[in-house]
Write a protein that binds this ligand. Sequence first.
Ligand SMILES: [Zn+2]
Length: 724
Amino acid sequence: MYTPLKRGNLPVVQYNPVNCSKCLSYLNPYCAVDFASKFWTCPFCSQKNSFPPNYAGMDPQHLVSELFPENTTIEYRTPISTNAVPPVFLFVVDTAMKHQDEILHLKKALLQALQAIPSNCFVGLITYGANVQVYELSYPHCRRCIVFSGETEVTPAGVQTLLGLHPVKPGTSHAAQLNNKYILPLESILENLTSIVEELQIDPQQFKKGEERKACATGVALSVALAIMESIFPKIGGRIINLSAGPCTVGPGVVVGRDLSEPIRSHYHLRKEEAKYVTAAIAYYNKLAARAVAQGHAVDIFSASLDQTGLLEMHPLANNTGGVLVSTESFIHEIVKQSLRKLFQKDDDGHLSMKFNGTIEVIQSKELKVCGAIGHLQSLGKKNAYVSETAMGIGGTNAWKMCTMDPNTSYAFYFEVVNAHNNIIPADNYGLVQFRTNYIHPSGERVQRVTTIAKTWSPPSAGLNALLPGFDQEACAALIARYAVFKAENEEAQPIKFIDRHLIQFIHAFGSYTKDAPESLKYPPQIAIYPEFMFHLRRGNLIQIFGTSPDETAYYRHYLLRESVSSCLIMIQPALDSYSFDVDEPQPVLLSLSSVLPDKILLLDTFFHVVVFSGETIAAWRKAGYQDQEGYENFKQLLEVPVQDATMILMNRFPMPMYVVCDQGSSQARFLLAVLDPGKTGATLSSPNAVGPAATTSQEIYSDDVPLSVFMEHLKKKVVSYEG
Ligand SMILES: [Zn+2]
């Protein structure tokens, strides 16, 4: 798992990297340097290379930055080119909502965003309902917009003609971009754009008999937005930010009809192949996503609706471009406003923290081949001898592209060891991987961040368990979760079967036991909590689709494919803390029904939901108002601390999670109960037959939702009888 833009104190140099003449890897701390003869030996391919002349003064006391042992990551910056165009933000705003409150809050969110965007950035506005309006921002005296029918697709050439655009060639000067009326530097249009946003109205619509959903032309709106961006800002970093109030109901990209008697597709409809729009809609949005990727433009979708809006069909727009999905029930909620503010957050140097037009390339030692990557990136189709024939995720390449990324964006990479068993690697050789991430900083600088990782090899004679000291079970859980989700989405594989097979084989390889004696199975400490991660993964919403909508599934999986190991772990196995009078600090407790106690408050963090749950007694005391009485200050504090801790999570996370406050026995408590292990007595919580006999195959641990204890017993049985 690699987070290229992870924040930290990094060495930054203003020159170009020195590369190996044979394998092109960059000079790094693992290179052997001969100071006398000014040569360095490449640790990837053993090539001897001479240093360039400007390294002549180097000696062991005066090393260049890239050779310091601690500088395994280093940043190379190239000065800003005079052609640098500031980032571009095109808002594509759905005004086909039902309530005035909704549009009021939508406008607030937009105005806040305009405040957060640096004034030199290019900004444009498109609104849509039944039709699509593109606003002229250069003309302050009266409102002018060009209207496109929402029913029919317009070709990019058609959009150019209708808007009078003069297509710009990539790499031409900044002035070319100013020659349009629709997307202009914020400083020159702020006043005009602010008034337009303030005057936005709900899309006026006519309803025919039987039509109850609003006409909403999301498909055409996004297509027009892409055409404008392609035409004026080709290969220039930018985002199309879609604020959506409902599903696309007209024109290309329809996800549901306007008749309310026709429900939007569910997982049930998908399984039964009764979702009549889904194939065409996915194909349509995939096509749009490919256009965005080709030009380096990201697409974000902020969805605010009680019902689904089509994230299932549209999510490739965000996933393939590095854009974000944010989903909530209404624009009135703080979630859209805060997440939009956070999208435009700045680094310590005052620049936007998002980066654009990125590529990432991996180079590794000859004993390794790269199988693929999983995350919000796309293949650049660069194949060489070090690319494995076995694809895992997006494979068949050693380089990928991402239109945008931010300091949280993390990518999973998968490698295989291809060293022949009888080929003994010298003890002083490392297995190396070099990640080279190139991107455009919002300032216009081109930056290359290089991380070189080295691991020592373990000889075959040492046995598999010699690998355990270097094993990170948390990273492994995140990697396997991403792979399971990737398979579920792209290969229609059954993710539970895959997880179970993997877990059985894994424990078979690293656990110690006597054949056919389940009670003898012991886990080495380095893998001790791994089975529990897999237990929670296979019953959570990343894998299970029961009780969730296709949009929710797409949304949850979007973040699993985007976030760092620590965030992925919260999604896999939510964090549960208990607060009580007995202890000062909150205690992490088991995700089990046994942690629910009358005199405790629980704080649950699933990444998407933050739940403060009061036990019965606590709730009763609170309702009786003890916290406001003298002598009960302790109780008052006990109530406050988890709320403060929850607030911290809400403020710091992107996207802002949904906040639930509930008491034991209330209906909202389901947010907590759904993720708890039902335990031995509570099996009926999720399925009446959970502990009954269930038929399993040799590759499956249990086919039903069962308590952790039952799962672990079955795992032991499967492992000790595993035949390979
Ligand atoms: Zn080399």
